[in-house]
Design a protein around this ligand. Structure first.
Ligand code: TMP
Length: 210
């Protein structure tokens, strides 16, 4: 299957503002007449949403790092095969709230799994469907966690991990952005919302017109 559309991923630590910005971009692209879909990970299919519940709820140490890696990979493989591939093939712009870089930052850099193994598992789960553009949202983890916990939902399993874990996620993302300059753009999560969304739209339109 040849890939035609565009896969845009939004990444970052907890409370970094990526979900808000992915929604703004999605709505703006629709208003401008583009054929776009918005999806998320873990999630995006019936099976992946069930796996999501297991992963993001409950006690923070309830799953060991290796099991966690494979659960995220299983959710992703289902999502890629059942949703993302088809949408790209239909020439749609797919906006995905988290993707492979989350696994490398959380399970790899913060969870201390071998980075090459995590990359290999990621490669297997995505079946050569790499992001074309990735916005990496950066925020001080203390500030981000405070923002995220205000949201009042049950999905706090990762937020409740200790601050060192979250600092490693932040450093991990900076390494990922440095290693993938062809697709990653780092955004300051504390900048003004409108300013960020304007920049994201500009970069996205440039990518679409490439
Ligand atoms: P969300 O809070 O952005 O909806 O994401 C759900 C949680 O899952 C978030 O705390 C980050 C975590 N996560 C990973 O640890 N690895 C992954 O591969 C993905 C996609 C998410």
């Amino acid at each position: 299957m040849t890939k035609n559309g565009l896969l845009i991923t939004f990444e970052g630590g907890e409370g970094s503002g990526k979900t808000t910005q992915s929604e703004i971009l999605y709505n703006t692209l629709l208003e401008k007449g583009f054929d776009a879909i918005k999806t998320r990970e873990p999630g995006g299919t019936q099976l992946a949403e069930i796996i999501r519940e297991i992963l993001v709820q409950g006690e923070s140490n309830k799953i060991d790092n290796v099991s966690e890696l494979f659960l995220f990979a299983a959710a992703r493989a289902d999502h890629v095969q059942k949703v993302i591939k088809q949408c790209l093939n239909d020439n749609k712009i797919v906006i995905c709230d988290r993707f492979i870089d989350s696994t490398l930052a959380y399970q790899g850099y913060a969870g201390r799994l071998d980075l090459n193994i995590v990359k290999e598992v990621n490669n297997i789960s995505i079946d050569k469907i790499y992001p074309d553009l990735t916005f990496v949202f950066d925020i001080n983890p203390t500030q981000g966690i405070e923002r995220a916990l205000k949201e009042n939902n049950k999905e706090t399993r990762f937020e409740e991990k200790d601050i060192m874990y979250h600092k490693k996620i932040r450093d991990g993302y900076m390494n990922i952005a440095r290693d993938n300059p062809h697709r990653c753009v780092v955004m300051n999560g504390t900048d003004d919302i409108k300013q960020i969304s304007k920049k994201i739209l500009e970069i996205t339109l440039n990518k679409i017109n490439e």
